[in-house]
Design a protein around this ligand. Structure first.
Ligand code: 6GU
Length: 224
């Protein structure tokens, strides 16, 4: 998979992609992430990328021309499966969206800033709009990192234990059951007997029951 990310602040995203699982994915050649500084496509001596909105409301708007030039240049080089605008008014990210995106080859992310992008950029290029929750961030960069992480960790070979993405919270629509490791007893707190029993079908049943109970308590909306 290849992900291109257009941003006014690409530096903000460097460290997540330089460490941990995202780094491993790129070292193994499973995911490449490329940053594109929108400033390089700005207009005039000052490389202008934003301007005051028509109609006179507060804040600045990202101009259509730099964005169109940058996106068009990338689109001329490869075919993107989705051109995704990260914005608080997009569809809220969930596991199903991440699963679907993880099957794609080329993704283009656009990080919004200020009061957003000129509407014509949406009409010309954007195929999907994604938010990471009902709160406002300074820009789309952190959201782009979240989305890239959620997608890249699903690519075959990225996680060490192939099983582990399948047993994540949300993959079966339930939260994860509790987990334990040694010691079997700590400060009087015991690991549930069934987990020590070696009876795998009983363990499976117990894990499923616990997942149901926890989901019912913490996130009953997931069971609807
Ligand atoms: Cl994608 N962008 C911004 N600026 N704020 C957000 C968001 C995105 N998702 C939630 N809040």
């Amino acid at each position: 998979m290849r992900i291109d990310i257009i941003s006014v602040l690409p530096e903000l995203m460097e460290s997540p992609f330089r460490t941990s699982i995202l780094k491993r994915a790129s070292d193994k050649g499973l995911a490449e992430v490329h940053f594109h500084s929108l400033r390089a496509y700005g207009l005039g001596k000052y490389r202008q990328i934003d301007d005051a909105p028509y109609g006179g409301s507060a804040g600045m708007v990202m101009m259509v021309e730099p964005l169109d030039r940058c996106i068009s240049e990338l689109k001329a080089q490869r075919q993107y499966d989705e051109v995704i605008y990260l914005t608080p008014d997009g569809e809220t990210l969930n596991q199903k969206i991440a699963n679907t995106l993880s099957t794609k080859k080329n993704l283009l992310f656009l990080c919004g800033h200020y009061k957003g992008i000129d509407q014509r950029v949406r009409e010309l290029h954007i195929t999907k709009e994604i938010s990471i929750g009902d709160y406002v961030l300074t820009g789309g960069e952190l959201a782009a990192c979240v989305l890239a992480d959620a997608v890249i960790r699903l690519l075959p070979g990225v996680l060490n234990d192939e099983q582990s993405a399948l047993t994540d919270s949300f993959q079966d629509g339930l939260l994860s059951p509790p987990v334990y490791t040694r010691p079997a007893e700590y400060k009087g707190l015991k690991v549930p007997e069934v987990l020590l029993s070696g009876n795998f079908s009983k363990i499976e049943d117990w894990l499923h029951d616990e997942a149901l109970k926890i989901t019912q308590t913490k996130r009953p909306d997931l069971l609807q």
